[in-house]
Design a protein around this ligand. Structure first.
Ligand code: GDP
Ligand code: IMO
Ligand code: MG
Length: 428
């Protein structure tokens, strides 16, 4: 039995969807535990591309149970669209289950997300605009609507009436915006509730039964360690807990039940949205990586900021998540560069920092310290095992593993499911 938590080790978009899909074949179930449709996970299987936002990246295997935990914020409209999109491509979705405790993203959350970003002006976070922050705010304020409420009109009606009066007052009096009509939302969302009722089941129990049977269970993180509400580059973060510990809270299992933690990280690094990024390349090389790596957001289409592999970030991810392994993706994107830089530390006011700073004030003044390594020119997209990689590619991987303080288990040499090299199977 192996319960593996797979998380993002950087600022998101590391290739979690691809690696989850690859490992899901051996897992009895795949579980999302935080975030919402701010996530965009791309899976390329049998030459077809799928962009998943809420549905776990195990869905492409027929009959594979895919679970959405209590820690997720679920937009029913987006979820139904995603369901229908998959079904229209012949993918069965009847093995999906949603926790009754998952929070529902309502139309006022999206509107408040946009209002807050506008109000922040130049210091905006660059959110995905999906209502994620406001939905988690309501959860913490104990006024959120949960899936169990959405599917029960007797609960939903009074709760919506109460919260909507509050939100309309906020929208109208504070933001000078129009409010929402109770009747319209009630009608639309009770229909969504009816459509989704059959999917709602206590996923914590399903996971527990799987563990008792000795099954392999895969937890698919969204976002990344540096976007974590506590451990990320606050306030330029998301409002959930993408770190490994988030799986316990967001799916309903205890820490003693987790066997292994794997972080997915690109062979370089990207970030979308605002916030600090020490190894960012603001020059033609950054543009080159963006073009070559197709670094445009899966959810918003925004260009991703690109930079060199940051070993300080990686070491931080190792500590915060208790990593067992790294899965390094997009190694193929670096092919053709003469030299590669790896950040091994930061220079701060003339001092060497080897640990990620806890405040932006310090981080803003940090300059990366780089080590230079030779690149490789050979095409690696059809390589089948580690030994076939060019010597310089292996040396690069060895060095980033050393700097990160954790062994590499998986290497991505292209977006396809088959373009994956396994050094160690984390689900064994
Ligand atoms: P996620 O949010 O972590 O699942 O990552 P995204 O799907 O947002 O972005 C990763 C992108 O890189 C997707 O377009 C993937 O198809 C692609 N990808 C993943 N692994 C590899 C790889 O090893 N090589 C290449 N070239 N592309 C990859
Ligand atoms: P996946 O799962 C990359 C970023 C946004 C913004 C910040 C807050 O595909 O890796 P939010 O809408 O969550 O309030 O935005 O977080 N962000 C992501 N960046 N990948 C993601 O998801 C992200 N989800 C949110 O760009 O900077
Ligand atoms: Mg993504």
């Amino acid at each position: 039995m192996s319960t593996v938590v797979l998380i993002g080790g950087q600022w998101g978009d590391e290739g979690k969807g691809k690696v989850t899909d690859f490992l899901a074949e051996q897992a009895a179930m795949v579980v999302r535990y935080q975030g919402g449709n701010n996530a965009g996970h791309t899976v390329v299987a049998n030459g077809q591309e799928f962009k998943l936002h809420l549905i776990p990246s195990g869905i492409l295997y027929a009959g594979k149970p895919c679970l959405i935990g209590n820690g997720v914020v679920l937009d029913p409209e987006v979820f139904i669209q995603e369901l229908e999109g998959l079904e229209s491509r012949g993918i069965k979705t009847d093995h999906l289950r949603i926790s009754p405790r998952a929070q529902v993203i309502m139309p006022y959350h999206q509107k408040l997300d946009a209002c807050e970003e506008k109000r922040r002006g130049a210091s905006k976070i660059g959110t995905t605009g999906r209502g994620i922050g406001p939905a988690y705010m309501d959860k913490a304020a104990r006024v959120g609507i949960r899936m169990a409420d959405l599917i029960d009109p007797e609960e939903f009606g009074p709760k919506l009436k109460n919260i909507l009066a509050n939100k309309n007052e906020l929208l109208q009096k504070f933001y000078n915006e129009e409010g929402f009509d109770y009747g319209d939302i009630y009608k639309k969302y009770t229909e969504y509730g009816k459509r989704l009722a059959g999917y709602v089941e206590d996923v914590s129990i399903i996971i527990d039964e799987g563990i008792k049977k000795g099954q392999h269970i895969l937890f698919e993180g969204a976002q990344g360690t540096l976007l974590d509400l506590d451990h990320g580059t606050y306030p330029y973060v998301t409002s959930s807990h993408p770190v490994a510990a988030g799986a316990c809270l967001g799916a309903g299992l205890g820490p003693t039940r987790i066997s292994k933690v794997v972080a997915v990280a690109k062979a370089y690094i990207t970030r979308v949205g605002e916030g600090p990024f020490p190894t960012e390349l603001k020059d033609e090389l950054g543009d080159y990586l963006r073009q070559r790596g197709h670094e445009y957001g899966t959810t918003t289409g925004r260009p991703r900021r690109c930079g060199w592999f940051d070993g300080v970030v990686a070491r931080y991810a190792t500590r915060i998540n208790g990593l067992d392994y790294l899965a390094i993706t997009k190694l193929d994107v670096l092919t053709g560069l003469d030299k590669l830089l790896v950040c091994t530390g930061y220079s701060y006011r003339g001092k060497l920092l080897t640990e990620f700073p806890s405040t932006l004030k310090i981080l803003d003044e940090c300059q990366p310290i780089y080590e230079e390594m030779p690149g490789w020119q050979e095409d690696i997209t059809t390589v089948q095992n580690y030994g076939e990689l060019p010597e310089n590619a292996r040396a690069y991987l060895d060095r980033i593993s050393e700097v990160s303080g954790v062994p590499i288990a998986i290497i991505g040499v292209g977006p396809g499911r088959e373009q994956t090299l396994v050094l160690k199977n984390p689900l064994e």
